[in-house]
Design a protein around this ligand. Structure first.
Ligand code: RUQ
Ligand code: CUA
Length: 682
């Protein structure tokens, strides 16, 4: 009945919507003679000819004070119900410790994936054994750490293209790395770096995801040991870590992973070479001054001492050769983890420096792999390095070294171009038109500039030059373009990840949301259009990657009943329909329970105080979205059991009493009746 009505009214609604939008646009174009010709053309191109609703449309647009640009922006982002987004953005959730999943261009929040922080809706860290195990992988010296400062998500790649299989995310605060399987959008592994206590939250993948690169940050004694700051130059060290990823198991293998000892500069962000530069990795650094702070002792503060020099060092790693050196056992062990000593790195030609101006932040490899782009926070330029020139300079040899003996390539020998963009340049992304985009923190703007070289055939004569600037609101950190870190970026959209929103949203008190701003970058030249502001009210998001939505092939329900998402296979101990039961073995009670709309089987469970309980629950549904929750009051237990999934919880029945367990997802008309009694006799 409802369907028939929907079918009857759908075409009318669609036509009415188009008419409203087109008429609003036309009315405003007529009212505003300064609107551009392209806008007029774009709007008129969609005119269907029906004018019956013109009065309403004009009135709505006028009442809302919408300009023709606003109407165009609405047309480009509005998503009718049931229509699906073209791209998916995976954004770090900052201090929330989670990952944000956002559809583009609608900017609708689709999910917050639980990673480092317990999350009740997903039953993440509230009793489900596998989630407790994964979270425990991030414990530090036996201490649970239940938050993270997630920074840089990285999608897995095949031949330099996002393949939609896995997502990695790093925790800056605690130097941890997580692996998310994009078949079910669930976290499968959390690893603590055994050598570094914190880092810059980096995960950066090589073009075939053999390695997940974790940059460093604040130098410290390796292995979390103590050493006085007086001995900084001798006892403190920088670090880069190369985690070996095994696509078959979907896990990082720590035994085959290794780190490299570096001078005690503050290594920062990295990017893996691709195509011509595949096999190499590049990381920027700051504080080559080796400032150690102490403002309260009369020393210059960090912000002054770390910015003395005009140049820091771009770190250039020969990863392929480093992997051979590590595999050959040319390592020392720190907390059981393989580390290539600095001396070995130098002797084996694994590490080179190139000077980089000035207090740089990040390095980004161009889609073809020919160039490395570095932006200096205190220099209005981006500096472009040529991989070919780097190779030639290494080949030529005869290099000076830093105090630790690391060879330094001559700046003029390896620099390809410097492009003046504006104040506070930070991070760079790329598109399919031969442009690069760099965030300008101090200008609060996105700079579009042309990449000379490989894209010449796409532009008449771009050279290396600033093309356009678009204001953002405000204080942009990272920016991200669609498929922007791949060997063949899509362009089309750019999201500016703004640290401040100031006046963009309703006041919600002194702690304001951050602002993801969507920008249309599909047109050439200075034609960039700001389309949408999305408030981010969790954590401080840092970086994001955007993948074409059709590359994601997530399951709609788990493949078979009794599925364990941890092993991604059927759990042999899972409860199955018709085999529900309760078994006692001494003081241990084991329960096999199924969940289906709208009951749990069994519904009565009688045990004794002090019993050890092992409880398997399988959601035997095959219908999409038929998730059941499971909560036991007083025991801090809450599960999300998705169709097909099997979950095991284990606890000691320390409290006596009557506990009504119930389903926490509104799954059916008789959802309230989806309950049962856990009776714990004293
Ligand atoms: S960083 S805002 Cu922590 Cu990726 Cu540059
Ligand atoms: Cu199952 Cu509500």
């Amino acid at each position: 009945m409802q369907n028939e009505r929907a079918q009857k009214y759908l075409p009318i609604a669609v036509v009415a919507l188009i008419v409203i939008v087109v008429l609003a646009a036309v009315v405003f174009i007529i009212q505003r003679p300064n609107s551009s010709e392209e806008e007029v053309a774009a709007l008129e191109a969609t005119r269907p000819g029906d004018t019956t609703l013109s009065g309403d449309a004009a009135a709505i647009a006028q009442a809302r004070g919408l300009t023709p640009d606003d109407v165009v922006a609405a047309l480009k982002t509005y998503m009718p119900t049931g229509q699906l987004d073209e791209y998916v953005l995976f954004g770090s959730g900052g201090h929330s410790g989670q990952v944000l999943v956002v559809g583009l261009p609608s900017m609708r929040l689709l999910k917050v994936i639980a990673v480092f922080t317990p999350e009740p809706w997903q039953g993440w860290g509230y009793g489900a054994e596998s989630t407790m195990d994964i979270l425990a992988g991030g414990d530090i010296n036996g201490q649970p750490v239940t938050w993270a400062d997630t920074h840089h998500p990285a999608l897995s790649e095949t031949n330099g293209e996002y393949d939609g299989q896995f997502l990695f995310i790093g925790d800056k605060a605690n130097s941890r790395v997580a692996v998310i399987d994009l078949r079910d959008f669930e976290t499968k592994q959390i690893l603590k770096n055994p050598v570094a206590i914190n880092d810059h939250g980096g995960t950066f993948v090589t073009p075939n995801t053999e390695w997940v690169v974790e940059g460093g940050q604040y130098a410290a004694p390796l292995g979390w040991e103590y050493a006085s700051l007086e001995g900084y130059a001798e006892d403190y060290r920088g670090l880069v870590t190369f985690w070996k990823f095994d696509r078959e198991t979907g896990r990082i293998n720590p035994e085959e992973s290794f780190a490299m000892e570096l001078p005690p500069y503050w290594q920062d962000l990295c990017d893996a070479g691709k195509k011509v530069s595949e096999g190499w990795v590049f990381c920027n650094s700051i504080n080559t001054e080796m400032g150690t702070g102490g403002i309260e002792l009369g020393n210059p503060p960090f912000e002054a001492s770390t910015t003395q020099r005009d140049m820091d060092y771009l770190h250039i790693f020969n990863l392929d050769r480093a992997a051979e050196v590590a595999a050959a056992g040319n390592v020392v062990e720190v907390n059981g983890f393989n580390v290539i000593p600095l001396e070995t790195a130098i002797d084996e030609g694994l590490l080179y420096f190139a000077p980089e101006p000035k207090s740089p932040h990040g390095v980004d490899v161009t889609p073809g792999g020919e160039y490395m782009v570095v932006a200096g926070k205190l220099d209005p330029h981006v500096t472009v390095y040529s991989f070919a020139k780097i190779q030639a300079a290494i080949e030529a040899g005869n290099l000076e070294t830093d105090d630790y003996g690391v060879p330094i390539l001559n700046f003029d020998d390896v620099m390809e171009a410097q492009v003046e963009l504006g104040l506070g340049p930070l991070h760079t992304q790329f598109d399919n038109q031969g442009y690069a985009y760099t965030s300008l923190f101090l200008d609060s703007a996105v700079a579009r500039w042309s990449l000379g070289g490989p894209y010449d055939e796409l532009n008449s004569d771009p050279g290396w030059a600033l093309v356009a600037k678009e204001s953002v609101h405000y204080n942009i950190g990272h920016l991200v373009t669609a498929e922007g870190d791949t060997a063949s970026p899509d362009g089309n959209y750019l999201v500016s990840l703004n640290k401040w929103s100031v006046d963009r949203f309703l006041n919600v008190g002194p702690l304001l949301p951050q602002n993801f701003q969507l920008i249309d970058i599909s047109q050439p030249g200075d034609n960039l259009q700001l389309l949408y502001d999305m408030p981010i009210g969790v954590g401080e998001p840092h970086y994001a990657q955007i993948i074409k939505a059709d590359k994601l092939q997530a399951w709609e329900v788990y493949p078979e009943i009794g599925w364990d998402p941890h092993s991604q296979s059927v759990d042999p101990t899972a409860a199955q329909l018709g085999q529900e039961r309760i078994e006692r073995n001494g003081d241990t009670v084991e329960i096999w329970m199924t969940a289906v709309r709208s009951h749990f089987t069994p519904e009565r469970i009688e045990i004794k105080q002090g019993d050890h309980v092992i409880w398997h629950i399988t959601n035997v549904e095959r219908a999409r979205d038929a998730t059941h929750g499971f909560a036991i009051p007083g025991y801090n237990i809450n599960l999300s059991i998705e169709p097909g999934e099997s979950i095991t919880i284990e606890f000691d029945a320390t409290q006596d009493g009557v506990f009504s367990y119930y389903c926490t997802e509104f799954c059916s008309a008789l959802h309230l009746e989806m309950t049962g009694y856990l009776l714990v006799q004293p």
